[in-house]
Design a protein around this ligand. Structure first.
Ligand code: HEC
Ligand code: HEC
Length: 242
């Protein structure tokens, strides 16, 4: 926990002239972005791609419930929490450039420290969801009519990729969103877990959907569902219980 809240030098926010942020900062910590193990809601540009206009915008994910995941990063590129913690420090912080890193005062975590950082992240829980039973489904005694209808629609249209109890299949899918715009394809994106989803707008890997209502419109289009206005409301009501 100490390592997660200890600021270290970072490429984008630092005291040198060539930084991305307006204001110089000595350093940032993991929890600067993953605020209290959750998220600041800020997005940044994927450091791995060049030129600039091919860079993905990526939303800062919440670390709540991160222990149930099988792979990490929206492009599902890393297999362990240890690797992700190390990569955040090395690659993401300095675009993998050791010379710039040195100039800006990079510090490296030791393997023992990485293991400890992963261990504590594995303890960050999803927020309480008092209307769900032990299998992650709604308890009919506690749920409203609308939430229960929403669960039914969700089970029919969404749960193949977002199954209970955590509402992720731990896979990545190509939603072929480029069918609806001119531009580069997005390819495989990880299915995000929907437990606790009401707490972490904006939504999707790049934060393109500002509200849960927007995500329902998105999937209505992507899947060609033709949902009615009432069904859309019910789906949102259900997702707010997760
Ligand atoms: C500048 C902001 C920022 C800082 C600082 C930061 N992260 Fe992240 N983190 C992100 C973003 C953005 C993502 C999403 C990456 C993606 O979608 O591919 C992310 C993703 C992650 C993930 C993957 C979670 C998942 O659901 O796949 C883990 C684990 C993580 N960060 C841990 C850390 C640790 C540990 C540190 C400190 C060493 C750290 N982060 C520092 C912004 C940050
Ligand atoms: C084919 C698999 C698939 C189906 C079916 C599906 N989803 Fe998703 N869902 C995904 C993937 C993949 C993402 C991440 C997409 C991205 O970030 O670009 C996602 C993202 C989301 C998000 C945003 C999560 C976040 O953390 O930002 C919400 C909310 C969501 N889905 C709700 C739904 C709803 C509601 C339905 C049914 C109407 C549905 N999904 C159907 C695969 C699916």
């Amino acid at each position: 926990m100490r390592l997660l809240v200890t600021p270290v030098a970072q490429q984008q926010f630092n005291v040198t002239e060539d930084r991305k942020a307006d204001m110089a900062q000595d350093a940032v910590s993991c929890f600067t972005c993953h605020t209290s193990g959750h998220t600041s809601g800020v997005f940044h540009l994927n450091p791995d791609n060049r030129p600039q206009d091919t860079r993905f915008r990526i939303d800062t994910v919440s670390l709540r419930g991160v222990n149930i995941q099988h792979f990490f990063g929206s492009k599902r590129t890393l297999r362990s929490l240890e690797d992700f913690s190390e990569v955040e420090a090395k690659t993401a912080y300095f675009d993998g450039d050791p010379v710039i890193a040195l100039k800006k005062g990079a510090s490296r975590f030791m393997r023992e420290e990485i293991a400890a950082m992963a261990a504590i992240q594995n303890m960050i829980a999803f927020p309480p969801a008092p209307k769900l039973d032990i299998s992650g489904h709604l308890n009919p005694d506690k749920a409203t009519e609308s939430e229960l209808r929403g669960e039914q629609i969700f089970t029919a249209s969404c749960s193949q990729c977002h199954p209970a109890p955590y509402y992720t299949d731990n896979l990545a899918h190509d939603l072929q969103a480029e069918r609806f715009y001119d531009g580069r394809a997005e390819g495989l994106i990880k299915t995000f877990a929907l437990r606790g989803i009401k707490d972490s707008p904006q939504y999707m890997h790049d934060g393109r959907c500002l509200t849960l209502e927007d995500t329902v419109e998105f999937f209505n289009l992507i899947q060609g569902l033709e949902l009615t206005a009432q069904q859309k409301k019910d789906l949102v009501a259900f997702m707010r219980t997760l």
